[in-house]
Design a protein around this ligand. Structure first.
Ligand SMILES: C[S@@+](CC[C@H](N)C(=O)[O-])C[C@H]1O[C@@H](n2cnc3c(N)ncnc32)[C@H](O)[C@@H]1O
Length: 416
């Protein structure tokens, strides 16, 4: 069934609101932090859309431009023009995009608008960006344009730093994969609630070798076939298949990038995740910032969209946390993982530890549960938590949990 996306820009839907928040709330601290490198930022919205929705809401290009304006206004740097260079790529609506973007007058230079396809233009855009800090926002309707080979090429370019935020429609991928391998999913409720798949443009796939090649090029390998085979054999349902597929896709990305996070998104009460926003970067600070941001969005999703009050109260009463995958995890389980993960280090800064922990396990709990677990390990004398400054102005011991320019936290494992 081909989904018609012609109404997409009429009214912003819940799913787009979540994506926008994830992007907008990240860009502000990202720009501020990366501007300190004194090297320019090249921000590319690779599937930019119209810039505005017909209901008056800003699309991702205007969201980014407004955050840029605000950050540059406040930034304490000598070069502001050219410090953050925006580029918007759009295949179908470049004229409207241009008009909508023109309604926002910037003091710091215009955005470059490219009428064309991301997969055909991006390498040229990036070809002269040596030493830049590059951020790509990749928000397609489906998966067709997500060529993994391009991601590998980005890795070889000489950027000062590189990050991507990708809307990966894992559920749609799996359904297309079943169709290519002639696996019947008509009895699986998970794979048949098509109306829940917003803005997914299915591939015109067939059971031929060409379609397999296309799926391999998107996934960065053919591991997806084994998942489809196991699904066909009844080893798990469509929800679990999507989870395994996403995990394997993340592993594939981790071969080329140091940190990969994903935010599984479910839009309705009782539903399992169907969408993933994936964040890829090579720096612990980027991973940490995005993890904080995703954690906040996860909490908002629980409270605002799912309105799953009972589940939330249950969480609070039992000291459990939602993993975001529809499961609960206890503080004891988190503490065990925190302890296990520490064994890889003798001494490590807290931000680096958290980035490494969420990179390994995903966003399985809020940061407070990790901090509580570290405190338990300190009480058990497995660990020393060294804060600098060690004391507050009033002489009391410091108790902060966030590192910044003047405050650091070192975790030192005690010898057994
Ligand atoms: C999901 S929408 C993007 C929405 C946008 N991020 C926003 O928040 O307003 C995807 C956009 O990508 C465009 N598009 C589709 N294929 C493309 C391609 N290969 N390269 C660039 N843009 C493409 C579509 O016309 C559509 O406007």
């Amino acid at each position: 069934m081909s989904k018609n996306n012609s109404d997409f820009f009429k009214e912003k839907n819940d799913w787009s609101v979540i994506k926008d928040k994830l992007l907008g709330c990240y860009l502000s601290p990202y720009f501020q932090k990366v501007l300190m490198t004194k090297k320019p930022i090249y921000y590319v919205d690779c599937f930019a859309g119209k810039g505005k929705f017909e209901d008056g809401n800003d699309g991702s290009p205007l969201i980014a431009l407004k955050v840029r304006e605000d950050c540059l206004k406040r930034a304490n740097i000598s070069f502001k023009n050219g410090a953050i260079q925006p580029c918007f790529i759009e295949s179908d609506h470049a004229v409207e995009l241009q008009q909508n973007v023109a309604t926002f007058i910037s003091n710091y230079g215009d955005a470059n608008i490219i009428s064309g396809k991301y997969e055909e233009t991006i390498l040229k855009c990036l070809s002269d960006k040596d030493n830049y800090n590059v951020f790509l926002y990749i928000d397609p309707y489906g998966i067709k344009a997500l060529n993994f080979e391009l991601f590998k090429k980005f890795k070889t370019l000489g950027f000062n730093s590189f990050e991507m935020l990708i809307n990966f429609n894992s559920f749609g991928f799996f359904r297309d994969a079943c169709r290519v391998m002639r696996v019947n999913y008509s009895n699986d409720a998970a794979l048949n609630s098509l109306e829940d798949l917003i803005e997914y443009d299915p591939m015109t796939v067939d059971t031929n070798a060409q379609s397999e090649v296309l799926l391999n090029s998107i996934a960065g390998g053919d591991y997806w076939k084994d998942i489809v085979k196991d699904y066909k054999a009844g080893k798990f349902d469509g929800y679990k298949a999507e989870q395994i597929l996403s995990e394997r896709y993340k592993q594939q990305l981790k071969k080329f990038f140091s940190y990969v996070l994903d935010l599984p998104i479910r839009l309705k009460e009782g539903q399992r995740p169907k969408y993933r926003m994936m964040h890829v970067c090579n720096h612990r600070d980027g991973c940490f910032l995005m993890a904080q941001n995703m954690q906040k969005r996860k909490e908002e999703l629980f409270l605002n969209i799912q309105q799953d009050g009972q589940f939330t109260i249950f969480d609070m009463l039992t000291g459990c946390s939602s993993t975001g995958e529809g499961d609960l995890i206890t503080i004891e389980e988190i503490a065990e993982k925190v302890s296990q993960h520490l064994k890889g280090y003798n001494e490590i800064g807290l931000t680096e530890y958290i980035a490494s922990f969420v990179n390994e396990y995903g966003l399985i709990c809020d940061f407070k549960m990790i901090y509580d677990s570290l405190t338990i390990l300190e009480q058990k004398k497995e660990l020393q938590i060294l804060r600098n400054p060690a004391h507050r102005k009033n002489g009391k011991k410091s108790a902060f949990w966030e590192e910044c320019k003047d405050k650091t936290i070192t975790l030192r494992r005690c010898k057994a």
